[in-house]
Design a protein around this ligand. Structure first.
Ligand code: GRG
Length: 302
């Protein structure tokens, strides 16, 4: 099994170095740092980097494009959590073991910090592309610029109004008698879209071909659904100390989860089916994919 702490630590150093320096307590930079550097697992950036490494072993290219894009994915993920915790959405008090951003900095700053992180993700990705445009070798420059543009396009659409945001719209307005398939569709948009974006962007940046991109996208879909089902179970069974966030939030907000509709046994069984499908799609990818097999085991085992 891979060492998650080591990989999380690696991503943390990148995030730390790319986030703006805090000018003073309570500033927007302070709130951005608070909301990101607060103990997340960093699964999405880790997945982006590992997907990149399946297709490209060049460490200079990794530093120039894969690492900033990995940080950007975490900025987007962090913004979505900050906004999801707001009073208008889940109205949560704790996230990652500390006060949610709006509880710490006030409601308006909660909104603005999420906005700032979303914008900063795009500043970070386009900043990487600007660096690429300074490469002297015209062929390498053209190839890498093309990959950056396609990765930005993938990330923006998967997290946009037809992707993650639409998932949140559905989540906020789901009928109490929604059918299980409808709930899975919401999970796909709310959760899988960002996993897909991380994997596909990593693969694009590494130089994957269209068939390989399609394959890794499917893996992202199944991993995301399994991850959401696991999150639903943990929301019911885990403790605050284990998760560092409000427990029973789904029930409090009357959320119709797959678990609430289908029960524990069927949810666990569906989770394992999704993981098996993810493993099947991953197996045909090139390179060393032990990381992804371990990730599937990790998600299905607790
Ligand atoms: C656009 C506001 C907005 C939200 C989008 C992401 C999201 C939808 C809502 C956040 C809450 C939620 C239940 C998300 C589903 C995905 C999920 C389980 C997120 C938590 O991810 P982890 O466990 O968190 O990777 P850490 O803290 O480790 O980064």
């Amino acid at each position: 099994m891979f060492d998650l702490n080591e990989k999380t630590g690696f991503v943390n150093t990148i995030l730390e170095s790319l986030l703006p320096v805090s000018k003073r307590q309570g500033s927007i930079e302070d709130a951005m740092r608070y909301s990101v550097l607060n103990g997340g697992k960093r699964l999405r950036p880790i997945m982006l980097i590992e997907a990149f490494r399946l297709f490209c072993a060049d460490t200079e290219t990794e530093k120039m494009i894969a690492l900033p894009f990995a940080a950007a994915i975490e900025f987007i993920h962090s913004y979505s959590l900050v906004h999801d915790d707001l009073p208008a959405m889940d109205d949560d008090t704790y996230r990652r073991g500390q006060l949610t951003t709006h509880k710490k900095f006030g409601h308006a700053m909660g909104v603005l910090t999420g906005d700032a992180l979303l914008n900063y993700a795009f500043e970070t990705m386009s900043g990487a592309a600007v660096k690429v445009s300074g490469i002297r070798n015209v062929e390498i420059k053209a190839v890498l610029l093309d990959r950056c543009v396609r990765a930005i396009s993938e990330i923006s659409s998967q997290t946009g109004y037809l992707g993650m945001i639409y998932g949140q719209v559905r989540d906020c307005s789901e009928e109490t008698d929604a059918a299980p398939d409808e709930v899975i569709k919401t999970d796909e948009l709310k959760t899988s879209c960002l996993f897909e974006a991380a994997l596909v962007a990593g693969a694009i940046l590494g130089g994957a071909d269209p068939e390989q991109i399609d394959r890794i996208k499917k893996a992202g879909y199944h991993i995301g659904i399994a991850f959401q089902l696991r999150d639903d179970i943990l929301d019911e069974t885990a403790t605050f100390e284990e998760l560092g966030k409000d427990i029973g939030s789904d029930e409090k907000n009357g959320k119709k989860t797959f678990l609430a509709l289908m029960g524990r046994e069927k949810t666990v069984s569906r989770l394992h089916t999704e993981m098996d499908k993810a493993r099947e799609t991953i197996n045909d990818l090139p390179g060393e994919h032990g990381f992804f097999e371990d990730l599937c085991t990790m998600i299905s085992s607790n």
